[in-house]
Ligand binder design. Structure first.
Ligand SMILES: C[S@@+](CC[C@H](N)C(=O)[O-])C[C@H]1O[C@@H](n2cnc3c(N)ncnc32)[C@H](O)[C@@H]1O
Length: 418
C-alpha cells in the first residue's frame, strides 16, 4: 500500500462526505480546492474513486448492510462504501482494507471503529466480487425516477440507468480543418474510451479540439452559424458551444452571469486561438440585436448524470420550479434580442419535459412571430425518430447504447418572422 493511495482515498471519502452529507456538487468541492494538496495523479485517482463509489453506492450499501447491525457515522460509512466498491471492482484486498483501517483508525472521533472496518471489509472482500455483477443496476432516487418514468416509460429509464452506471467516455469536437484522437460518431464528434489525462492527448495543447459530449455539440450544428453573422451565446460558460460558434467565423458575443465560469471560456478561446467578445452579465438585462442566438439555459442538468453521478445525491428536485421559471423568462427576453428573420436555438441538458418540450409548446403559443424549424434538425447522424411532436429534438442517455450513450438534451430551433 502506498501512502499516496491512502491520501487519494482519504480525499475521496472527504468528497463523499461533502456530496452525501452536505448536498454539495463535486465541481463545487473541486473549485473550493478540495484536492489542491494532492499531486495531479492522486487528484485524478481521488476523483475517479469518488465517481466509482457514487455509481456503485446502491450495491455497496446492500453488501455492507448484511454485516452492519447499525449504521455508523457518515464518514465511516463512506470509507466502507469506497472500500466495498474498490474490492468488488478487483482492487487487491490487503491494500484497500489496510488503507481504510488506517484512515478510520486515525480519526479522533471514530478511531475505535477501525476493528469494525477491518472485519466488515474482509467479509466484503470474500463475497463481494462474485456477488457484485449479479446485483441490479443502481437506480436513480425516486424524486427523479418517478417523473422520468412518467415522461419516458420504465424501459427507457432502465436503459438510462444502465448508461449512468457504465459512466461516459470522452467526446471531443474538432476545429474545422484539424484532426483529433478517437473514433468518429454518427454526428461527427470523436469518442475516446479510457482517455486518461486529457491534456496529454494529441492535439490538445495545440488547440485542435475541445472536450464536449456528442449531444452537447448538436445545438450549434442545428443553429448552423455562418461566417460574418452576429451571434449571441447567452449562457456561455464553460464555453464548448462558444468555441463552435467562433470556429464558424461568426462575430460572437459570449455572455454569462458567472465571471469565474467565464475564466474557462477565456482559457479555451486562447488555447484554440479563436475569438469571441466575452461579457459577464445577466442575460435578462442584456440588450442588442443579433442575427442568431443560442440560449443554452441553466437547468436541472439531469441529462448529464452519466458524467456527474454526484447530482442525484446532492440535489433533491426542490430547485426545479425556479429553474423552469427562469428558462421561460430567458426565452422571452432572448426573443426580443433577435432580429426579424433571425433564428434562436433553445436547449437544456435536462431529461424533464418541463425544461424542454413544454417550454417550446408554451413559447409557440405566446409568440405569434415564432415558428419551429423542423428542417434544421435534419443533420447527419440525427435519428428523425428523436424529433418530438412540437418540433424539437429529444436526446436521451439510453440512445446509442451500443456506442456508450450520450448526454440527455432537448434542442429546438425557432425562427422569427421577417
Ligand atoms: C448549461 S450552462 C451553459 C453551458 C455552455 N453553453 C457550454 O456549452 O459550455 C448554463 C450557464 O448559464 C449561466 N447563467 C445562469 N443564470 C444566468 C443569467 N441570469 N444570465 C446569464 N447566464 C446565466 C450559468 O452561469 C451557466 O454557466
Amino acid at each position: 500500500m502506498s501512502d499516496n493511495a491512502t491520501a487519494a482515498r482519504r480525499s475521496a471519502i472527504y468528497l463523499l462526505d461533502q456530496i452525501l452529507g452536505e448536498g454539495r456538487l463535486l465541481p463545487e468541492c473541486l473549485a473550493a480546492g478540495a484536492l489542491d494538496r494532492l499531486a495531479p495523479d492522486d487528484r485524478a485517482r481521488a476523483q475517479r474513486l469518488t465517481l466509482q463509489t457514487l455509481r456503485g453506492l446502491e450495491r455497496a450499501d446492500r453488501l455492507l448492510d448484511n454485516h452492519l447491525n447499525r449504521t455508523p457515522a457518515l464518514t465511516v460509512r463512506n470509507a466502507l462504501r469506497l472500500g466495498a466498491v474498490e474490492l468488488c471492482l478487483g482492487e487487491a484486498a490487503h491494500g484497500v482494507v489496510n488503507s481504510m483501517v488506517e484512515i478510520v483508525g486515525r480519526s479522533r472521533k471514530h478511531g475505535r471503529l477501525k476493528g469494525l472496518v477491518n472485519a466488515v471489509l474482509r467479509k466484503v472482500a470474500a463475497e463481494g466480487p462474485e456477488a457484485w455483477p449479479k446485483m441490479r443496476v443502481p437506480r436513480m432516487p425516486d424524486w427523479l425516477r418517478e417523473p422520468l418514468i412518467a415522461a419516458w416509460g420504465a424501459d427507457a429509464v432502465a436503459g438510462m440507468e444502465r448508461t449512468h452506471f457504465a459512466g461516459a467516455p470522452l467526446d471531443i469536437t474538432v476545429k474545422p480543418g484539424a484532426t483529433g484522437p478517437g473514433e468518429a460518431l454518427p454526428t461527427g464528434s470523436l469518442r475516446v474510451h479510457d482517455a486518461g489525462q486529457v491534456s496529454t492527448l494529441p492535439g490538445f495543447a495545440k488547440g485542435d479540439w475541445w472536450v464536449q459530449d456528442a449531444a452537447a455539440a448538436l445545438p450549434v450544428r442545428i443553429l448552423a452559424p455562418r461566417a460574418g453573422e452576429t451571434l449571441l451565446d447567452l449562457c456561455a460558460a464553460p464555453g464548448g458551444k462558444t468555441l463552435q460558434l467562433a470556429a464558424a467565423g461568426a462575430t460572437v458575443t459570449a455572455l454569462d452571469i458567472s465571471d469565474s465560469r467565464l475564466e474557462k471560456v477565456r482559457e479555451n478561446l486562447k488555447r484554440t486561438n479563436l475569438q469571441a467578445n466575452v461579457i459577464a452579465g445577466d442575460a435578462l438585462e442584456h440588450q442588442g440585436q443579433y442575427d442568431a442566438i443560442l440560449l443554452d439555459a441553466p437547468c436541472s442538468a439531469t441529462g448529464t448524470i452519466r458524467r456527474h453521478p454526484d447530482l442525484p445525491f446532492a440535489k433533491d428536485g426542490s430547485e426545479f420550479a425556479g429553474l423552469i421559471a427562469l428558462q421561460t423568462q430567458m426565452l422571452a427576453h432572448a426573443w426580443t434580442l433577435l432580429k426579424p428573420g433571425g433564428r434562436l436555438v433553445y436547449c437544456t441538458c435536462s431529461l424533464l419535459p418541463d425544461e424542454g418540450e413544454v417550454q417550446i409548446e408554451e413559447a409557440l403559443d405566446q409568440h405569434p412571430d415564432m415558428t419551429v424549424d423542423r428542417e434544421a434538425l435534419k443533420i447527419s447522424g440525427v435519428d428523425q425518430e428523436w424529433i418530438t411532436p412540437e418540433g424539437g429534438l429529444r436526446l436521451r442517455p439510453d440512445y446509442w447504447a451500443d456506442l456508450g450513450g450520450m448526454d440527455g438534451f432537448y434542442i429546438a430551433c425557432l425562427n422569427k418572422s421577417a
